[in-house]
Ligand binder design. Structure first.
Ligand code: BGC
Length: 411
């Protein structure tokens, strides 16, 4: 019998994650590109400090990215398709864009990487945003039609498909982004998690995203029944001070729990964890002054991952979990190794206690566009902002090797 605290389970996914808008570059037809340029016109002060521009130029350089990841020892790779490229106008499907993502699926396999493909990672086509985005009357149908049109990409060679990345963050932040577009934004989105917590999602939006997920699952399954579908939720460890259990529950329920419970009939559920939130009787507590903070201002708290998967398993019992994101924004790669080994120790413990986790994807492969700025560096690989040259950090080889050796890494 193998020891689950040292050996990776048979078939366990071991990869790094990326998202199209954050890495591909020149995503002209997306709502975010539009927002970034509105922000430029509005001048400094808002959440968007700089546009994504060419990002990491991964639209062209994806073979190099995959070569590196496979070379480190990873066996899996999570990337997203860009809806704005595949469906540049309503109902108009770009054959070339479909072929591009199909080549990525095949290219991953050629290098020994199993692709986990995300249909939607935050960005949508401009035309979809102009019709009210996820609030739009026919949003779920539109999304399902896109999922269907993209079937040639995942028709074969893709076991896991994620419909929507972090629907809970979308539900919380879409209204904030709308304010940003109107020039009336109150504060930075990423930093909100560290200070005031994320805003409470509009229940209409929660419902609309849940509907879109379900419709997309149906569309995917009707074309490619063997694909395992799920969505990935942002699940931060939520802790209550003594006596504040009800307040913690009230915080976490609309922001996380309902999205986890909505996955009870799914094939798998993605968990994306970075830090913890602590709730007292009067609400969210600030990060303590003496705590170590990451470049996003979040508390350095590796234990969050183990706590988050345990909580998720309670809310979606019996659904296999996949950690689709976990990582740290830091300029000091030794802290990345420290954070990740702590997070993985908590994950291995949870699994040894019987929590059914099927994979781990680190956020992220490359230093990339962190929704408004290139400053928070989450990558295993540094990217030169003018030449796009990739320089692996020591953490990349350290983490990847565990995939090759099939053993949990130790710091
Ligand atoms: C998102 C990523 C993001 C990361 C770090 C997640 O919310 O899925 O796109 O870059 O966290 O903020």
């Amino acid at each position: 019998m193998t020891d689950p605290r040292t050996t990776l389970p048979e078939g366990f996914l071991w990869g790094a994650s990326t998202a199209a808008h954050q890495t591909e570059g020149a995503n002209h037809n997306s709502d975010w590109w539009e927002l970034e340029h509105l922000a430029l016109e509005q001048g400094p002060g808002g959440h968007i400090e700089e546009p994504s521009g060419d990002a990491c130029d991964s639209f062209h350089r994806w073979p190099e990215d995959m070569d590196l990841l496979a070379g480190f020892g990873f066996t899996d790779y999570r990337f997203s398709m860009e809806w704005a490229r595949i469906e540049p106008a309503p109902g108009e499907i770009s054959r070339a864009a479909i072929d591009h993502y199909r080549r990525m699926v095949e290219g991953a396999h050629q290098r020994g990487l199993r692709p986990l493909v995300t249909l939607n990672h935050f960005t949508t086509p401009r035309w979809f945003a102009a019709r009210g985005s996820w609030y739009g009357e026919d949003a779920a149908d539109r999304f399902a039609r896109f999922a269907e049109a993209a079937a040639p990409v995942y028709a074969d060679g893709v076991d896991h498909l994620c419909t929507i990345n972090e629907p809970n963050m979308v539900a919380a932040l879409l209204p904030v982004l709308a304010q940003a577009a109107a020039g009336t934004e109150a504060g930075g989105a990423t930093e909100q998690l560290a200070t005031t917590g994320i805003p409470e999602p509009d229940p209409h939006l929660t419902e609309a995203l849940t509907r879109a997920h379900r419709r997309a699952v149906e569309a995917v399954k009707s074309h490619v029944p063997h694909v395992r579908t799920g969505w990935s939720v942002s699940v931060q460890a939520c802790q209550a001070l003594e006596g504040a259990e009800a307040a913690a529950d009230a915080y976490s329920r609309p922001r996380q729990d309902v999205f986890l419970e909505a996955a009870r009939d799914d094939d798998w559920l993605g968990v994306q964890t970075y830090t913890r939130i602590v709730v007292g009787p009067d609400g969210l507590l600030p990060v303590p002054d003496d705590a170590e903070r990451t470049l996003t201002g979040w508390e350095f708290y590796p234990e969050a991952l183990g706590e988050a998967v345990r909580r998720t398993a309670e809310l979606a019992p019996g659904v296999p979990l996949v950690v689709t994101e976990n990582g740290i924004a830091t300029g000091d790669d030794t802290r990345r190794v420290a954070y990740t080994s702590g997070a993985l120790a908590g994950l291995a413990d949870a699994m040894a206690d019987g929590i059914d986790v099927r994979g781990y994807f680190h956020w992220t492969a490359l230093d990339n566009y962190e929704w408004g700025s290139y400053r928070p560096t989450f990558g295993l690989i540094a990217v030169d902002r003018t030449t796009f040259a990739r320089t692996p950090k020591p953490s990349a080889g350290w983490l990847g090797a565990a995939g090759r050796d099939r053993r949990w890494p130790t710091a």
